[in-house]
Ligand binder design. Structure first.
Ligand code: DGL
Length: 261
């Protein structure tokens, strides 16, 4: 099974991308809805949550782990890799690689939660790959609650997105990384506000192709994964909003199982 976790509903964008890239693979998802948001918490707390979430997914039979949450990927990947002897994927590196490979200038913008932007991880990784790249980032703390509320098309949301993107737009970025699991759900608005010439990178798609490439190369790991198209959804708090969003994303009824972490 492929184990995927996020702080809440946002990681479903990663589940969807993995389902599309790795058709038929068994997936187990954990959304930490009781402890969300991670983006406003200290890195120590997020690390602790990430280890607990990984342990839970392993206990359910996961053989590889995808940290779908950008905040957890930013601050907890190293400690997860130190503590568990299985392949662990995070969403930052694949998005950075894609941005470096596609940005012509290169002039790259990043948007994410406060914790992700404060960690400076995207900038660090981009500069490691290309020291000449210009990098600008902007924390967008209001976007997660707007997505959680389902305010995907509201004029207020459009206005807030425009305001957040303004400082990146004036820098004339040619690539924008969506550094938060929730933002792909606002991709149309973000693309409109940043301008159609800007390449908007969805880290969920980037990580899905990364996992696929890894499994193609590592048949011994691939052989451990079930491929019966099963998908289990676990949450630490069952919320109506999660069920609504999951059902509308997958266009079928999603049954959520409650688990105490
Ligand atoms: N899942 C988080 C991320 O991708 C956003 C939500 C949160 O703050 O927990 O950064």
């Amino acid at each position: 099974m492929i184990g995927i976790f996020d702080s809440g509903i946002g990681g479903l964008t990663v589940v969807k991308a993995i389902m599309e890239n790795l058709f038929g693979y068994d997936i187990i998802y954990f959304g930490d809805t009781a402890r969300t948001p991670y983006g406003t918490k200290s890195s120590e707390t997020v690390k602790k949550y990430a280890l607990e979430n990984t342990e839970f997914l392993l206990s359910k039979g996961a053989k590889i782990i995808v940290i779908a949450c950008n905040t957890a990927s930013s601050v907890a990947t190293e400690s997860a890799a130190e503590n568990f002897d299985i392949p662990i994927f995070e969403v930052i590196t694949p998005a950075v690689e894609l941005s470096i490979n596609t940005s012509h200038k290169p002039c790259i913008g990043i948007i994410g939660t406060r914790a992700t932007i404060k960690s400076g991880i995207y900038k660090k990784k981009i500069k490691e790959m290309n020291p000449h790249a210009r990098v600008y980032s902007k924390a967008c703390p209001l976007l997660v609650p707007l997505v959680e509320e389902g305010w995907l098309e509201k004029p207020e949301t459009k206005m807030i997105v425009k305001k957040y993107l303004h400082p990146l737009k004036v820098r004339q970025i040619d690539t924008l990384i969506l550094g938060c699991t929730h933002y792909p759900l606002l991709k149309n608005i973000i693309q409109k506000k940043i301008g159609k010439k800007v390449n908007v990178i969805d880290s969920s798609i980037a990580v899905a192709s990364n996992v696929r490439a890894f499994l193609e190369k590592h048949q011994e790991v691939d052989a451990l994964l079930g491929k019966k198209g099963r998908c289990g959804f676990f949450v630490s708090d069952v919320t109506e909003q999660f069920e609504k969003t999951a059902t509308s994303m997958f266009k079928r009824d999603i049954h959520l199982e409650h688990v105490k972490i």
